[in-house]
Design a binder for this molecule. Sequence first.
Ligand code: IMP
Length: 173
Amino acid sequence: MSTFNVLISREELAKKTKELAQRISEDYRGKELLLVGVLKGGFMFLADLARELTIDVSLDFISCSSYGNATVSSGVVRILKDIDYDITGKHVLLVEDLIDTGLTLTYLKDLFTAKGCASVKVCTILDKPSRRKVEMIADYEGIVIPDAFVVGYGLDYGEKYRNLPDVCSIVSE
Ligand code: IMP
């Protein structure tokens, strides 16, 4: 049985999610907003964020993986599942679990800009700014965490622990 240390509780996550949703609802009122969840890690945050919004939105998902091992991003991003919609003229908000080096979102922002959407912004529930390899500032930034490997609330280690409701460090496996 694995043991964990809770770093960010589900209550803190819910409070921050609500704050972000309020700002997003105000900023995009009257606009056509497409939320794009970055799979797999972003699934839980996207589900919670979407339910706190007070505006109509469309939803889509993109799945990508960076080449590298379980704990180190290599910076080379591979698209495993692209979005389904034509996004020309739409306002896109990329919804991510965690910005680490910033390489994934830099790649995705460029990709979406090239697809011709009206705007591309980034929302993340967790941020490790101390780990950046490229400049990436989230338009809607959640909770800043120190440089430690975390799991839960969508985040995995070797595909495990995504279902934990809190953000945790692994004590023993
Ligand atoms: P980056 O910003 O391109 O380095 O990559 C961000 C992605 O790497 C996140 O969306 C996570 O999927 C993964 N990642 C980065 N740090 C962690 C961590 O501490 N635990 C689990 N996944 C992580």
